[in-house]
Design a protein around this ligand. Sequence first.
Ligand code: SAM
Length: 298
Amino acid sequence: MLIDRFGRIITNLRIAITMKCNLNCIYCHREGQKESKKENKTEMSVEEISKIAKAFKELGIKKVKITGGEPLLRRDVCDIISSMPDFKEISMTTNGIYLSKLAWDLKDSGLDRVNVSLDSLRRDVYKYITRGGDVNKVIDGIATACDAKLTPIKVNMVILKGLNDDQVSEMMEFISNMNSESIKTILQVIEILKLPGLEKYYKDITNLEKEIASKAEAVILRGMHFRRQYKIGNVVVEFIKPVNNREFCMHCNRIRVTSDGKVKPCLMRDEGIKVVGLEGKELINAIKKAVNLREPYY
Ligand code: SAM
């Protein structure tokens, strides 16, 4: 089992498999990897990713999420999934642009479910936020992922002041229509991380959460980051509010691997321990060393 110095048990792993992306979102944190560093262009092979995932599994990790950049840009993405050890859940976060093409193959490779980033249903707003993306491709991708049973799908909506902060109800309606029989899709309302340059988009989502909470028939408190889910009719809305939130950090059970093979203890911190190329005891010890560096950001 992996436990850090603050008693937090690490159960979730997030592996970036590329830094390349086919969109260029105005607010992207790039999973905490710096854009300009040369080594970010280096990608791990399927074998390297699999070896690292197996070491984490041996150490007690239960769930893995594949991320990027855009993970669906890697031609060997299905090989990466099928090379994973037997985790309780293998999921992916994607912008959804290639999902309608790949959803069935991903399911056949062993992917359990997807998170799809969709900040607005409005063509022009989506295009502006993503710097050129076509929202219809994402909507088609979500529909195919539903058919392929990559469910529950989580739609990730990052709230951006003045751009989409008035659009939560229309996103809920979109999800409600998709969920007509059962809950296949959950809305995740995400507070933007206040990174340098992003202050102009920052909006505290406390009031949004209060508004949804006042209408909820049921509330579920999740272990992960102490997040709350609210059920209204056939829609579940989850709030992710990391900024200045000590509870969020106190209940963080996640660790990351960067696309160039470093274990990154926290999204918000620059440190990382290189694990690519290591084997056996050396690999296990390097992972434990990275876990020891974990410290709550807030
Ligand atoms: N391309 C994939 C995608 O779109 O899901 C994976 C990478 S993307 C960096 C992963 C998630 O991080 C997306 O849901 C995105 O909205 C979220 N994200 C990116 N920058 C963020 C920020 N500054 N604050 C909060 N969430 C952010």
